[in-house]
Design a protein around this ligand. Structure first.
Ligand SMILES: Cc1cc2nc3c(=O)[nH]c(=O)nc-3n(C[C@H](O)[C@H](O)[C@H](O)COP(=O)(O)OP(=O)(O)OC[C@H]3O[C@@H](n4cnc5c(N)ncnc54)[C@H](O)[C@@H]3O)c2cc1C
Length: 485
């Protein structure tokens, strides 16, 4: 490592003990985001920069809103109860022992000055101004956010499917709706409770619907007055296909499979409104419902607009194949945030798709390139031809198109599990997920709703004579009435 490379301008890092205080010679690497790219890049840097981290010549700071990385491909299984929520997340402090993990949110980046501002939970509670942090190398990886449209009622009644909280909330909500339907005498309430509308036919929407439908179908057996046929599942997709990730043929198979399960798949259709708990579609149909799940794509994180870095027309960071931000030395990116040229594509100007497959591999190249750059060594291009995709459609059901091979049903589902078990980070998580799958093969599924967990003080407040806070009403996903389980 060249000492000279580490002689960067002054600056102050986050508050830490004196032994780790950065010096003028310390290369400060700021990683924004603790998802796929953030976590895997930091892991790679921990490995590649071991001597520098030990000697204090390099320091890595990770800023992310949650102290864990979410393995998003397992969210549908978490919603179905096949994997417990704790096991679809990886605790960052445990795996990033050589990094400083700050739970906070980066608000702005001024790369010309090599500074970023960020808020923490404590600062927000105290009403403090965002703190400023100076860095030498920036890895900007805040991922994407749900792409919403101004659909009336959506903000009040919809729920996304990107976080573990949403997955768990949705599971509790769906089971809660069965409880509501089972206990009402009003046919309109029952009908709305048993109608579930999903908007968006990509990975997230199809897998979430597939897993939840399967779970609810099973749960219905335990209700004396609900049968699986009473449940109405609607998938609304604006284009003429679903699951583009597995190709047209497997996409058509998925539609047949879902329709075979009585799922109402509507192509070339949009959600126009969901006010007053009625989902109105562009084909004129209306579904009274208490559940609208919005998974109609993602858009780049709004943080990107609060930086001085170059963006593409679609709002992603303009990057090179070396994962540097174009024309901004010292700035790096990958994953959903970055428009990275796909050097394996036949046509010019193609970019890597925003998915986990690229995010994970790009993060490794990114870590290697940052280490190489600090040492004055040459950088390498990121090159990975898309291998295809696997998707789960419920227990023992799936679809896959990988390396030209098309699989459906049980073999695809099995491949989905093997693939994701091999990919979920850390041996600890792999062992726990495998144990859960094995146990759920031996015992029956859990069908209980713990929506009341979202309002843990309600019972005590009632006992103490207070008025319980306006808790989850069971109307909006993410909450069910207490005692509904
Ligand atoms: C339900 C679901 C299923 C999926 N299934 C698949 C699949 O089967 N296969 C596949 O290839 N892809 C799948 N994907 C897509 C895949 O998960 C994403 O492409 C991948 O997570 C992108 O990685 P990333 O690091 O760019 O973003 P993320 O993993 O989303 O990480 C972004 C991180 O940045 C943090 N952050 C956000 N804002 C800030 C801020 N202001 N300051 C600091 N930190 C911030 C976030 O909290 C998060 O930790 C799925 C996605 C979903 C939602």
């Amino acid at each position: 490592m060249s000492e000279k490379r580490y002689e960067k301008g002054p600056g102050k890092g986050p508050e830490k003990g004196p032994e780790k205080e950065p010096t003028r010679e310390t290369a400060r690497i700021l990683v924004v985001g603790g998802g796929y790219v953030g976590m895997y890049t930091a892991l790679r840097l921990q490995k590649k920069l071991k001597p520098e981290l030990r000697s204090g010549a390099a320091r890595i700071v990770v800023i992310t809103p949650d102290p864990y990385m979410t393995y998003q491909p397992f969210l549908p299984e978490a919603a179905a109860g096949s994997i417990s929520p704790r096991h679809v997340v990886v605790p960052l402090r445990r795996v990033l022992g050589q990094c400083d993990v700050i739970v906070g949110e980066v608000k702005t980046v001024d790369h010309a000055r090599r500074t970023a501002t960020y808020t923490t939970l404590a600062a927000r509670q105290e009403g403090a101004e965002p703190a400023t942090l100076t860095y030498d190398e920036l890895v900007l990886a805040p991922g994407s956010v749900s792409r919403t449209l101004p659909v009336p009622g959506l903000a009040d009644h919809g729920i996304g499917f990107k976080t573990v909280e949403e997955a768990v909330g949705l599971r509790n909500h769906v089971i809660g709706q069965l409880d509501i339907a089972s206990s009402t005498r009003d046919p309109a309430v029952r009908d709305a409770a048993l109608t579930f509308v999903f908007v968006g036919g990509g990975y997230a929407g199809v897998e979430a619907l597939g897993e939840l439908e399967d779970m609810a179908r099973y749960a219905a057996r335990f209700y004396h007055n609900i049968t699986a046929d009473d449940l109405k599942w609607v998938l609304v997709e604006a284009s003429d296909r679903i699951l583009p990730e597995v190709g047209p043929e497997m996409g058509k198979y998925t539609i047949r499979e879902l329709r075979g399960r009585n799922v109402d798949v509507r192509l070339k259709t949009r959600l126009e409104s969901c006010e007053n708990r009625v989902a109105v579609l562009s084909d004129g149909s209306r579904f009274p419902t208490r559940t609208v799940v919005w998974t109609a794509g993602v858009k780049p994180n709004p943080l990107l607009a609060a930086t001085d870095l170059p963006l593409t027309d679609r709002g992603r960071l303009k990057c090179t194949a070396r994962l540097t931000v174009d024309g901004a030395p010292g700035a790096w990116s990958a994953g959903d945030t970055a428009a990275v040229p796909d050097v394996t594509a036949d046509q010019d100007g193609a970019h890597c798709a925003p998915n986990a497959q690229h995010a994970l591999r790009q993060a490794r190249t990114l870590g290697d390139n940052i280490a190489a750059s600090l040492r004055g060594e040459p950088l390498v291009d990121y090159a990975h031809a898309y291998a295809g995709s696997v998707a789960s459609l419920g227990l023992h059901k799936g679809v896959a198109h990988v390396y030209g091979r098309k699989l459906k049903g049980y073999p695809a589902w099995f491949m989905h599990r093997v693939y994701h078990l091999s990919r979920v980070p850390t041996l600890n998580r792999k062992a726990r997920v495998l144990a859960e799958w094995t146990l759920s093969g031996l015992f029956k599924r859990e069908i209980v709703s713990l929506g009341s967990l979202e309002n843990p003080r309600a019972e005590f407040e009632l006992a103490a004579g207070g008025v319980p806070p306006a808790g989850p009403s069971g109307d909006a996903p993410g909450g069910t009435p207490k005692g509904s389980s």
